[in-house]
Design a protein around this ligand. Structure first.
Ligand SMILES: *Cc1c(COP(=O)(O)O)cnc(C)c1O
Length: 382
């Protein structure tokens, strides 16, 4: 079956008792046992497993082509489970522009847990190779990156990891399995913030880890014991979102391509960052990695001669596009990295990773592209 069909049908079944097609939401925290004290069904207690979580876990595993899927209360909880499973003494390599939460987690906790790390620009394979040591156990990849949308060559990174006997993990939040299935390229783990594209409607927080069978046991023990699991209601809503994932993401990709090309010609725009831009330094990698004409729904751009005041005036003038932190929702969103996601970085660090004070990031929604462009245009003219 094709991906679009799987997205709609994953976890779909007729309820034996009622005939209901939409899955029931099971809020029960506990599940009955028979006279021999054996569980009547597959579940015993909500933290260990529950029917809504189980359906979602099967669905995300299927979409990513993994054997095991685990649902978490947030993307951070999903990623943290991998950190927690590392042995003391392990070294890891992370991107220097990793999602800020994972950067903070590495800074704050690795030392306490006896884990060391190097943060490198992942697109530079020489720097990555140089950072790998005999004790390197994990290589963390995030692609396209935030907010400059750099795309890295996953196949070459997994080849380096294999030589070093290191595990690889890809944060697939931005690409989604519509664009990229890292496990098919030899990656060991995929992590998602389902809060973004997978759920897609800006109304739930959730995360997922997908892996091969051989890694399931390690993470399952850890999560079912420490309890960062996703609740049944969030699992239900995420399943609902996943049914339209391919439709939404394809539309977001189309809109983003149009918006990126339009912005490139705008007199108030200095530079556009979009993985499908023929001028983008990673365009060849993007073309190899992603399906034809799909480059993601995120576009970043720099406003010509703008300082903070001008960027604030632009954001303030937007009438439809919502200034907000998140991404991947059905409606378009705009974010100012220098004062939000990247505000805690020292200005020098921000400059080194290329995040300038005139940079804004747009998460392009599914609206009519003409309306998105019209709103950007009137706000850029303020
Ligand atoms: C949002 C995000 C996360 C963290 O997910 P939460 O659901 O907010 O915990 C991780 N990685 C990326 C790329 C994200 O955008």
């Amino acid at each position: 079956m094709k991906f679009e069909t799987r997205a709609v049908h994953a976890g779909l079944s007729v309820d034996e008792n009622t005939g209901a097609i939409a899955p029931p939401i099971h809020l029960s925290t506990t599940f009955g046992r028979d006279e021999a004290s054996q569980p009547i069904g597959r579940h015993t207690y909500i933290r260990e497993s529950n029917p809504n979580q189980e359906r979602l876990e099967q669905a995300v595993a299927e979409l990513e082509g993994g054997e095991a899927g685990l649902a978490f209360a947030s993307g951070m909880a999903a990623g943290a489970a991998v950190f927690e499973a590392l042995e003391p003494g392990t070294h890891m390599v992370i991107p220097d522009d990793v999602y800020y939460g994972f950067g903070v987690a590495a800074q704050e906790f690795c030392n306490k847990w006896g884990i060391t790390f190097d943060a490198v620009p992942m697109e530079d394979l020489d720097q990555l190779s140089a950072a790998i040591r005999p004790e390197t156990g994990l290589i963390w990849v995030e692609t396209p990156s935030n907010p400059l949308l750099k795309v890295v060559d996953i196949r070459r990174i997994t080849a380096l990891a294999r030589q070093a006997d290191a595990t690889t993990i890809v944060d697939n939040t931005f690409a989604t399995p519509v664009l990229l299935r890292p496990l098919d390229l030899g990656v060991d783990f995929v992590v998602h913030s389902m809060t973004k594209y997978l759920a897609g409607h800006g109304d739930i927080m959730g995360g997922a880890l997908i892996c091969k069978e051989e890694h399931r046991q390690l993470v399952t023990v850890l999560t079912r014991t420490l309890g960062p699991n996703l609740g049944p209601f969030e699992a239900y809503l995420t399943m609902r979102g996943i049914k339209t994932l391919p439709l939404r993401v394809e539309r977001q990709c189309q809109n983003a391509r149009r918006v990126a090309a339009w912005l490139s010609d705008h007199p108030r725009v200095e530079r556009v960052y979009f993985p499908g831009d023929p001028e983008h330094p990673d365009i060849e990698t993007s073309r190899r990695l992603f399906p034809k004409d799909l480059f993601g729904g995120m576009v970043s751009f720099e406003i010509k001669d703008a300082g903070r005041d001008e960027v604030f005036a632009f954001m303030d003038a937007l009438k439809m596009i919502v200034p907000a932190t998140t991404l991947g929702d059905v409606h378009s969103l705009v974010l100012y990295p220098a004062i939000s996601t990247h505000r805690d970085l020292a200005p020098k660090h921000r400059a080194r990773i290329g995040i300038r004070d005139n940079l804004v990031r747009v998460s392009v929604g599914i609206e009519a592209v003409e309306d998105i462009e019209a709103d950007l245009d009137q706000a850029l003219k303020q």
